[in-house]
Design a protein around this ligand. Structure first.
Ligand code: PMP
Length: 352
């Protein structure tokens, strides 16, 4: 029996999980969570009634997240990673005969989840600088999509959209606007500032990147109370386990350490960008914890393989729509970044 039409995985979506020393392919934090995190979580889980189902609305976690963003707990929906948050939104608001707009190139999972939920995708091109262009907004609004996806900073380009363009889209959208801020800590502003004035805005966040908790699988959306209510209804009962509800709340206590981590990563990102440029690569200016780069003379797939032979795994994004001959590298620890740069220097030298 064949699966339902449209649910096949898009080429290039899953990054290969290869056993290599230097893994710079999935934009995780190179550092683990802060000291004391595990002990604090352990103290709380000792007192947990493990025989009981978890709190179905994750009230304590939702309150902690809401406090962190100066909102009300009712403005929060939490799920197992921001991918599941996005899927829940599409289950509720996408579907047959509904359309979602995306700006390519962008995070592949947005269109993948649309396909899974039978939501039609309307793709608009970005400009040469990989930013959303004002000139496409007329067509965008005229198409009247039920959902508009914005990803800022955008994966895999690392570009942050202009605040004015986000404001214009949110102010004029005929339906919902989802702003995916998985890398939001690297952006100078958050679309969450617009939530109080725009009921159709949803801002999606994750613990997987800068909070250094990809293994926890936790993400959330900040949105209007009525939308959050719908999402809690659409999610399966007890979808968020008790452990996660505790760990997610405890993690938020380490905001200062997270800010420090962001500063360190930005410093490392600038070192990598400069070295890549001096090696002759085209570097897309990044405001995230990863860098998109390419070469006019070296084939990206060849580079990817050569890096792998030197124990460095980066992301081959050549199959992403509208990306071309480019690779994406995650900013890792200083040592990992140096290994990556040394391997690349070696490859460039060998090909001259
Ligand atoms: N959004 C974007 C833009 C991402 O890059 C990612 C991770 N690759 C996610 C969402 C999903 O993150 P998670 O499900 O781990 O929260």
């Amino acid at each position: 029996m064949l699966p339902r039409e449209g649910i096949s995985i898009q080429e290039g979506y899953h990054s290969p999980q290869v056993d290599v020393e230097i893994r710079l392919n999935t934009n995780e934090s190179p550092e683990g969570p802060n000291e004391g995190f595990l002990e604090a979580v352990y103290e709380e889980i000792k007192a947990l009634s493990w025989n009981r189902y978890p709190d179905r609305r994750a009230r304590l976690l939702s309150k902690a997240i809401a406090d962190f963003h100066n909102l009300e707990p009712e403005n929060v929906f939490v799920a197992n990673g921001s991918n599941e948050v996005l899927q829940t939104i599409l289950l509720a608001y996408g579907g047959h005969k509904r359309r979602a707009a995306i700006f390519e190139p962008t995070y592949l999972l947005h269109s993948h989840i649309c396909n899974l939920t039978s939501t039609n995708v309307i793709a608009f091109p970005r400009g040469e600088d990989f930013l959303i262009q004002k000139s496409v907004l007329g067509d965008l609004f005229q198409a009247k999509p039920e959902i508009i996806f914005i990803c800022s900073p955008n994966n895999p380009t690392g570009r942050v959209e202009d605040r004015e363009i986000i404001e214009e889209i949110v102010a004029n959208a005929p339906g919902l606007v989802i702003v995916d801020e998985a890398y939001g800590q690297f952006s100078p502003f958050s679309a969450a500032d617009l939530l109080t004035s725009h009921k159709s805005l949803l801002v999606v966040k994750t613990y997987s990147k800068t909070w250094a908790l990809a293994g926890l699988r936790l993400g959330y959306v900040l949105c209007d109370k009525e939308i959050a209510d719908v999402l809690w209804e659409v999610a399966l009962p007890y979808h968020l386990d008790s452990f996660k509800q505790i760990a997610g709340r405890v993690a938020l206590g380490a905001a200062a350490q997270m800010d420090e981590r962001v500063k360190r990563l930005i410093g490392e990102r600038e070192i990598i960008s400069e070295r890549l440029t001096s090696l002759g690569f085209d570097v897309v200016p990044s405001q995230a914890n990863f860098i998109l780069f390419g070469s006019t003379t070296l084939d990206a797939k060849y580079l990817w393989n050569e890096l792998l032979l030197r124990n460095v795994l980066v992301r081959d994004v050549t199959s992403f729509p509208k990306i071309g001959n480019k690779l994406r590298v995650t900013v890792g620890s200083h040592g990992e970044n140096q290994s990556f740069l040394n391997a690349l220097t070696d490859i460039v030298a060998a090909s001259n």
